[in-house]
Design a protein around this ligand. Structure first.
Ligand code: AMP
Length: 216
């Protein structure tokens, strides 16, 4: 099974992708995570990507298409993939179509997680992650059960993304509106798009996504 989670930054794609990975054994492929790893490892890709990421702009299509293709090849045995944050442009979507056709695979569904823009800034600027297992938390909406201790792995170290500040978030939202939103009609036309209301509580969003994917 291959699914895409589509939606603006802060819509909850990462949270849902982590959940689906845990519950359904699908592999989460987040280009944002891959790029952040490349930046901290100081690789060639990381060096190329860092400037755009810090500015809240998209990294060049060729760069992300290459890293996602390499990762898919490496995880060839996986029962399925959740693409989280990829594709983000029509050129990336076309490259993905070709990549899947070449491998004899097919895209099952594209889930649009729809959230009103005014809610996104608060969601993003309050979020943080476990530094070890990357579980997602939020100052207001999703604190660890024990203060300062990760629910999942027990680590006491947390981190925030440098691009989760208000100014950069506004640019990321702008990039979503201009470059990524055109994917909605692209996948609608292909008969793959399912829209889910991302303003609901997390459990309800999870329920709707599971229904759309035939897990419930
Ligand atoms: P994310 O973690 O998905 O919010 O991505 C963080 C940043 O990584 C984005 O603001 C972009 O600079 C870059 N990025 C992630 N995925 C892509 C993509 N598919 N295409 C271009 N840039 C991307």
């Amino acid at each position: 099974m291959i699914i895409i989670l589509l939606g603006p930054p802060g819509a909850g794609k990462g949270t849902q992708a982590q959940r689906l990975q845990k519950e359904q054994g699908l592999v989460q492929l987040s280009t944002g995570d891959m790029l952040r790893e490349a930046v901290s490892a100081g690789t060639e890709v990381g060096l190329q990507a860092k400037k755009a990421m810090d500015a809240g702009e998209l990294v060049r299509d060729e760069v992300v298409v290459k890293i996602i293709e390499e990762r898919m090849d490496r995880e060839d045995e996986a029962t399925g993939f959740i693409l989280d944050g990829f594709p983000r442009t029509v050129a990336q979507a076309e490259a993905l179509d070709k990549m899947l056709a070449d491998k004899g695979k097919e895209l099952d569904k594209v889930i649009e997680v729809d959230v009103i823009e005014s809610a996104l800034i608060e969601r993003i600027t309050g979020r943080f992650n476990c530094a070890k297992c990357h579980a997602n938390y939020h100052e207001k909406f999703r604190q660890p059960r024990r203060e300062g201790v990760c629910d999942i792995c027990g680590s006491t170290e947390f981190e925030r993304r440098p691009d989760d500040n208000e100014e950069t978030v506004r640019r990321r939202l702008d990039a979503y509106r201009k470059q990524t939103a055109p994917l909605l009609p692209y996948y609608e036309k292909a008969g793959k798009l399912v829209k889910v209301d991302g303003m609901q509580p997390i459990e309800d969003v999870s329920y709707e996504i599971d229904r759309a994917l035939g897990f419930r």
